[in-house]
Design a protein around this ligand. Structure first.
Ligand SMILES: *Cc1c(COP(=O)(O)O)cnc(C)c1O
Length: 368
């Protein structure tokens, strides 16, 4: 018997419509394509200092344990996180990157008849996990490139089950104050889960950070996600976590893959939490690099979106795509953000001083 095989027709409708996630171009790929070396990658908001020496040492030891399955419950990491953030270990869900916990949340709570709210220009993973379930994404127009919390609260209907908020947001770097967030949470009914994605939390000055995890006792529908991919410098390992009401964590724990955080990631994350010196240096390098890029923009009359993250999204005009290509040819990888409805902007991750210089010099040549 021969029948035609239509893979797309058989798949879930929400998945058929998805576009694959566009990651920053890997250095090796550009090297292969152009035969260049000394490429500078400022495209994925990675930590330019690399991996903390303490973490490297711990990993060298941990490698010897790779024949065994990892601790499925991440006991020591959860203990350490609980202590550091003054929460209970039973409120924590570990993830293979925080993207994993964002997906687990959607799969635990969102059904096809539900709506999921997020902001225009917000992180692409929110519509992705929503559509994968077959639920309805509701993108609320941004205000000044950031979340319009009043409009987002007004968009809540009987069908709304989840709201994603990135603070600071990627790719715009916009930031919501503690007072704004708290007022928003007061307006949202308990049957709507509010997921506060704080991937760039460590870059926010301590005085401006929201006590988000402490709010969970007052707002049991709040879930906070964090990552080791940015300031902690572990993007390649995949380590993130959520803090929630213990019942939310219990449910997420039932559907996660039993060993979703691997042995090296558990070890590295635990050690990274202890290396406060490296974290402080990372934040320092970021502040200096941010000033460097802002000075460059100011000198050349380029507008940018003021950023609270480890990147700056710069308005370069309708030629953004061509400028991105020219930068590639000059060995500098940045991130086009047309897919985020920002066709005139490029997102530039903050690098080391000489990497930022490489971007500035290449831009100067292009602008001339
Ligand atoms: C980078 C980023 C993350 C982190 O993703 P991981 O899966 O932890 O690497 C999460 N949310 C936003 C908004 C980000 O920009």
């Amino acid at each position: 018997m021969t029948t035609t095989f239509n893979a797309a027709e058989l798949a879930l409708p929400g998945i058929r419509e998805l576009q694959p996630y566009q990651a920053g171009k890997p250095i090796e790929e550009l090297e292969r394509e152009l035969g260049l070396s000394g490429i500078v990658k400022l495209a994925s908001n990675e930590n330019p200092l690399g991996v903390s020496p303490l973490v490297q040492a711990a990993l060298n030891v941990a490698v010897k344990g790779l024949a065994r399955y990892p601790d499925a419950n991440g006991f020591y990491l959860k203990q350490s996180l609980a202590e550091k953030f003054a929460v209970n270990a039973d409120q924590i869900t570990l993830g293979n990157g925080s993207n994993d916990v964002l997906e687990l949340l959607a799969r635990t709570y969102v059904q096809p008849q539900h709506e999921v709210i997020f902001s225009q220009h917000a992180f692409v993973v929110y519509p992705l996990v929503t559509k994968a379930i077959g639920a309805t994404p509701v993108a609320v127009p941004a205000r000044d490139y950031g979340h319009d919390l009043d409009a987002m609260a007004a968009a809540v209907t009987d069908k709304t089950r989840m709201i994603f908020i990135a603070n600071p947001n990627n790719p715009t770097g916009t930031f919501l104050s503690s007072a704004e967030l708290e007022a928003f949470l007061q307006k949202i009914p308990n049957q709507v889960l509010v997921v506060l994605d704080e991937a760039y939390y460590e870059y926010v000055p301590a005085a401006e950070r929201a006590p988000s995890m402490q709010w969970i006792t007052r707002f049991p529908n709040l879930v906070v996600s964090r990552t080791f991919s940015k300031a902690y410098g572990l993007a390649g390992l995949r380590a993130g976590f959520a803090v929630s009401h213990p019942q939310v964590a219990d449910l997420m724990n039932r559907i996660r893959q039993p060993f979703n955080m691997n042995h090296l990631a558990l070890t590295a994350a635990l050690t990274a939490l202890e290396d406060e010196k490296f974290l402080a240096e990372s934040i320092e390098v970021n502040s200096a690099g941010m000033r460097q890029l802002i000075d460059f923009c100011d000198r050349h009359g380029l507008t940018y979106i003021p950023s609270h993250g480890n990147f700056l999204t710069i308005e370069v005009g309708p030629e953004a795509g061509a400028i991105y290509q020219k930068l590639l040819e000059m060995g500098v990888i940045v991130r086009p953000v047309a897919g985020y409805e920002l066709p005139n902007h490029l997102r530039v991750s903050i690098g080391l001083a000489d990497e930022n210089d490489a971007f500035c010099h290449a831009m100067e040549k292009i602008l001339a």
